[in-house]
Design a protein around this ligand. Structure first.
Ligand code: AMP
Length: 216
């Protein structure tokens, strides 16, 4: 099954994508994770990308698209994948269409998780990420058992540079400007299914699952 999970930063895409990936036995491909990993390893692509990420801006397609395409050709993607954070613009959606056509594959699900702006800011500014395994926590809504440490691997939790409030507002502005037209296009093509992202992780998961089409 090939699925795109959309939504503003902090909508819970990453959390839901991880669960869905396990449930359907397909990889979770997060463009943000790919870029952060490249930045951490200081690859030329990662170093270039980090400049944009730190400002909350979109990384240009000439930097990003090659690694997405390479990832989609991985053997683990043969039966499907869940894309999280890509595509984010009309141009990226067109590039994705071409990649899929080249693979003889088709997209089954485009699901958007909707969360209002003030809720996004509240969620992201309290978000903490495990430096080792990437598990996500929230200082108020989902705190770790031992403050500052991951429940799963005991490694240190940190706040992403781009989760500071100023950068969150910039990312939201980018979402509204660049990604809204893509949502409109998927809506017009009648492939978009929208779910309410307010509620517990399990409640949102149930709403997403109601919308997932597994046939084909
Ligand atoms: P995310 O983890 O999805 O919130 O992405 C974090 C940051 O990575 C974004 O603010 C962008 O700077 C960059 N990024 C992730 N996905 C994309 C994309 N599809 N196009 C351009 N930049 C992206």
């Amino acid at each position: 099954m090939r699925m795109i999970l959309m939504g503003p930063p902090g909508a819970g895409k990453g959390t839901q994508a991880k669960v869905l990936a396990q449930r359907f036995g397909i990889p979770h491909i997060s463009s943000g994770d790919l870029l952060r990993d490249a930045a951490r390893r200081r690859t030329p692509m990662g170093v270039q990308a980090k400049r944009y990420m730190d400002r909350g801006e979109l990384v240009p397609d000439n930097i990003l698209l090659g690694s997405i395409e390479e990832r989609l050709h991985g053997p683990d993607c043969a039966t499907g994948f869940i894309l999280d954070g890509f595509p984010r613009t009309l141009a990226q959606a067109e590039a994705l269409d071409k990649m899929l056509a080249g693979m003889g594959a088709k997209l089954e699900n485009v699901i958007s998780i909707k969360v209002p702006r003030d809720e996004v800011v509240k969620r992201i500014s309290g978000r903490r990420t495990c430096r080792n395994c990437g598990a996500l926590y929230h200082v108020i809504f989902d705190p770790p058992t031992n403050p500052g440490l991951c429940n799963k691997c005991n490694a240190e939790l940190f706040q992403r540079d781009d989760d500071q409030e100023d950068t969150v507002l910039a990312r939201l502005e980018v979402y509204e400007r660049a990604t809204a037209p893509l949502l409109d296009a998927y809506r017009r093509a009648s492939v978009l299914r929208e779910v309410n992202g307010i509620g517990s992780q399990d409640q949102v998961l149930a709403r997403v699952l109601e919308q997932v089409q597994t046939g084909g």
